[in-house]
Design a protein around this ligand. Structure first.
Ligand code: NAD
Length: 244
């Protein structure tokens, strides 16, 4: 086993109050593109930049196009399954070692893997609500065009679009979890999207580990940086744990 992965395994053994903070890179090994990798959404060509197509303004002004892009790029097809990263984190929670998964992802894969305490900072593609009466709706993959509620309001995905604020309750829960953690594992995030990326400043525990393919601005403050695919990293730890 790689020496850095061995070190992470030691930390996981040592601490019983672990928190995971992750982003789109956690789901790339499930086949969902992130934003900033070479094959991420920002490298693909659209009529407008992806930040704009996922903004509140675009939703308001070009609602039809918003839903077209959102359905095609943001809602994962049913063939997409959790990978070893989601599965291992769910297993760590079941063992009582992992206290929370704080995610910027909106794909629901942590819950699909069995994680219970998942703090979805940016919401979920699997929830929707009427912008007029507030009624909640599940995601219906068969609907085409702009979805409307029986009251006439537009049904909006329960995801935080660019220009929109994060849910305060969710943010406070995330701050509390990070403040109470002894080991913070950060993975699959470029740490450039705020306020999510700023949550790391609330950590007061012992060790920070970053598992990310590309360098991040927090690499020099972390105790351990593992520049590999997160699914592969957790898979090899899980395999070694099972063999012991
Ligand atoms: P990002 O695209 O900015 O960064 C992803 C990071 O993960 C990159 O630094 C990349 O090097 C790294 N990475 C990619 N695959 C990896 C892997 N297998 N193992 C380890 N590292 C890997 O994503 P972000 O930081 O989450 O921020 C952008 C926004 O993207 C978030 O707000 C999120 O809501 C949104 N988003 C979510 C999904 C999803 O739900 N799956 C997909 C795309 C974008």
């Amino acid at each position: 086993m790689d020496i850095k992965i061995e070190k992470l395994k030691e930390y996981i053994n040592l601490y019983d109050n672990i928190v995971f903070f992750g982003g789109a890179g956690v789901s790339t090994e499930s086949g969902i593109p992130d934003f900033r990798s070479a094959d991420g959404l920002y490298s693909q060509k659209y009529r407008y930049p992806p930040e704009y197509m996922l903004s509140h303004t675009f939703f308001e002004k070009q609602t039809e196009e918003f839903f077209e892009f959102y359905r095609e790029k943001m809602i994962p097809p049913s063939s997409v399954k959790p990978n070893a990263a989601h599965n291992y984190l769910a297993c760590l929670e079941e063992k009582g070692k992992l206290k929370a998964v704080i995610t910027q992802n909106i794909d629901g894969l942590h819950q699909a893997a069995g994680s219970k305490n998942v703090l979805e900072l940016h919401g979920s593609v699997w929830r929707n609500y009427c912008t007029k009466c507030g009624k909640f709706y599940k995601t219906d993959l068969n609907i085409k065009g702009v979805p409307y509620c029986s009251c006439g309001g537009i049904i909006k995905p329960d995801v935080v679009l660019y220009e929109e604020g994060l849910n305060d309750t969710m943010l406070n829960k995330a701050i509390k979890s990070i403040s109470n953690a002894s080991l913070l594992i950060i993975g699959g995030t470029s740490l450039v999207v705020y306020p999510a990326a700023g949550l790391v400043q609330y950590f007061k525990g012992d060790k920070i580990v970053i598992i990310n393919k590309m360098p991040t601005k927090l690499d020099n403050t972390a105790d351990l940086v593992i520049p590999f695919g997160i699914g592969k990293v957790f898979e090899s730890i899980w395999k070694a744990e099972k063999e012991n």
